[in-house]
Ligand binder design. Sequence first.
Ligand code: DER
Length: 228
Amino acid sequence: MDKKQSAGIAAASLVTNGMTVGLGTGSTVLHVIKELKRRHDDEGLEFIAVPSSFPTRLLCIENGFEYRDLCDVDKLDIAFDGCDRVDDNLNVIKGGGAAQTVEKVFACMADKFVIVADDSKYVRTLSGDVDVPVEVIECAWRSVQASLDKLGYESKLRNAGKKDGLVITDNGNIVLDIRLKGDEDLLALNNAVTLLPGVLEIGIFIGIADCAYVGTDNGCKIIYKNLH
Ligand code: DER
């Protein structure tokens, strides 16, 4: 079985009748959605879906899910989302799609936040092998860049490609990408960066995920909080 599919199917088993279920975005969450649809049709599973993005909202409609918008609920019983990296301590890098601000709000609204990924996303400890996005309001980008420099992080504006110009987030802002060093205090970095005037969010999720379902060649490996 495909690794993302094995993670998605295993993670979807956490949903029980009557739950309000946050559905994130991406190719692994798609398998959670497919399995929830199967369980709805075959087992009569009833739940209310809350999509984190417009593409996932369309999938909820296509699959006939009862759904609510994120702004119409104050908490989620459980939420699923993909990631760019997850480590043994459930530290997570998100924001490949530049949607980390809404995704962090969404994740923190959930009683249980579940990462779904294949093992290409799994690392023992987060390091600097992928970009970490910092969402910034336009007028603050130079001052935020200077502050990031002072913190020891070179940053670059995220570009969509030669012809497409800068990436603009769903909130109408721009993104400065940094790379982790690998030996830093991640919570201290999160706090220092999110305190900078003009910064909305950074794409590191520390102490937020409750577990990660990681698809491997040998089935789905589950990483639980505080169990290693
Ligand atoms: O966090 C992100 O932005 C990621 O890009 C993620 O959501 C992608 O997930 P996928 O590998 O399951 O498509």
